[in-house]
Design a protein around this ligand. Structure first.
Ligand SMILES: Cc1ncc(COP(=O)(O)O)c(C=O)c1O
Length: 407
């Protein structure tokens, strides 16, 4: 646990235990400030941040583009409700639609709300276009958020079991298996909802033909293809949107995380043919507020103007090479997988928490995405030197774990 410096300093760990709902397990560090890829704790110790708010910090901590947008807009106009027009919202809607090929945008505050919007969109579309069809085919290993409907669409039993009965209408099939989707499609099916690359499921990359085949199947059977790009969108995989690797277009997508580079914002985007939500059928108080949209616009404009996805591809290739050469030296690693700047190493044993704790001590934040898999999602602005240092720290942590288990 973090050390207390003086008797007068508040005991923050105790405060957390006393006042904060105990829904998560925290690592023993109190983070105090950040810049670029680096964060510092209360004692001034620095860490390379390869968690990045869980794939949120596209431009790293406190990037000037984000700080200046917050400063500029917060002095001008923060929120108005959606009864009125504000320019930041409209600029961001236009830029998102133009850069994704979608036609309409709706803004919210988080990834779960964005996916919830996709689910409502599909249900409405089913009522109007497919005789009331409402079932959505979802994937094993999927994660779509923590609202009741997105939990129902997600596959982790631990997140679902305490909250039954969950909203119905989700049919689960194995990921990366087009035949399973075909077998599950029936007259009540309205859509397929899928992450182009599963993040929380452990960084699972499907075959290159999977999304194109899904698109073809959805077209043939007259159902919607909905992509959850909350973790992959806005450049993470080396294209602005992950579906752009495959030469297809979905009917609608959800985005969030990287769009605000640390500022909360989410959105769902849809083709006109799918965007059937009408007046009063969806809404939000904070979603699309001028402050969040000015930040989202500034981040997205910076990412597109500077072709940051190309930089992600280049740095990602470097990280991939380094991880593969680490796997050649360290037999505990059984697989290296990812795309762009989202990677996981799979271990031959459930040691990821141990490795993550050792890495923390050595100055690296990494994420135990599964008991036997470690996820790395550094900012798009990460340098090669930072990637090298992170891999060196991981190598030492893995070596310690393998030495200890050999004793
Ligand atoms: C693919 C995907 N969808 C949805 C979500 C939920 O986003 P949020 O936590 O912002 O609600 C996440 C979060 O990790 C995600 O990875």
């Amino acid at each position: 646990m973090p050390k207390q410096k003086t008797t007068t300093e508040p005991d923050w760990v105790k405060t957390e235990k006393t006042y904060f709902l105990q829904t998560g397990k925290r690592l023993p560090v109190i983070l105090d400030r950040g810049e670029g890829t680096t964060v510092w704790d209360l004692d001034g110790k620095s860490y390379l941040d390869f968690v990045g708010g869980i794939a949120v910090l596209s431009l790293g901590h406190c990037h000037p583009v984000v700080v200046e947008a917050i400063e500029r807009q917060s002095k001008k106009l923060m929120t108005t409700s959606n009864y009125y027009y504000t320019i930041p919202q409209l600029k961001l809607a236009e830029l998102l639609c133009r850069s994704s090929g979608m036609d309409k945008a709706f803004f919210c505050n988080s990834g779960a709300e964005a996916v919830e919007g996709l689910i409502k969109l599909a249900r409405k579309w089913g009522k109007e276009k497919r005789e009331g069809a409402y079932q959505i085919i979802v994937m094993e290993g999927a994660f779509h958020g923590r609202t009741l409907a997105t939990v129902a669409a997600s596959s982790n039993e631990r997140y679902r079991a305490p909250f039954t009965p969950l909203p119905e209408g989700f049919i689960r099939v194995p990921f990366n298996d087009i035949d399973a989707v075909k077998d599950a499609t029936g007259p009540n099916t309205v859509a397929v909802l899928v992450e182009p690359l599963q993040g929380e499921g452990g960084v699972n990359v499907p075959d290159d033909g999977y999304l194109p085949r899904l698109r073809q199947w959805c077209d043939e059977s007259g159902i919607l293809l909905l992509l959850d790009e909350v973790q992959t969108g806005v450049g993470r995989t080396g294209k602005l949107f992950a579906f752009q690797h495959y030469g297809i277009e979905p009917d609608a997508i959800a985005v969030a995380k990287a769009l605000g580079s640390g500022f909360p914002i989410g959105a769902f985007l849809a083709k006109d043919s799918a965007a059937l939500l009408g007046a009063g059928e969806h809404g939000t108080t904070f979603g699309g507020n001028a402050l969040a949209c000015e930040v989202g616009y500034s981040v997205l404009k910076y990412i597109t103007d500077n072709d940051i996805p190309a930089q992600v591809t280049e740095r990602g290739a470097h990280l991939e090479r380094r991880l593969h050469s680490l796997a050649d030296r360290q037999p505990m690693i059984t697989e290296v997988r990812g795309k762009g700047l989202i990677w996981a190493i799979e271990l031959d044993r459930p040691a990821s928490e141990q490795v993550v704790n050792l890495a923390l001590e050595a100055g690296l934040l990494a994420n135990a995405v599964k008991p036997n898999a470690i996820r790395l999602v550094p900012p798009f602005t990460v340098s090669e030197a930072e990637l090298d240092k992170a891999v060196d720290i991981l190598e030492e942590a893995l070596a310690k774990v393998s030495e200890e288990s050999a004793k």
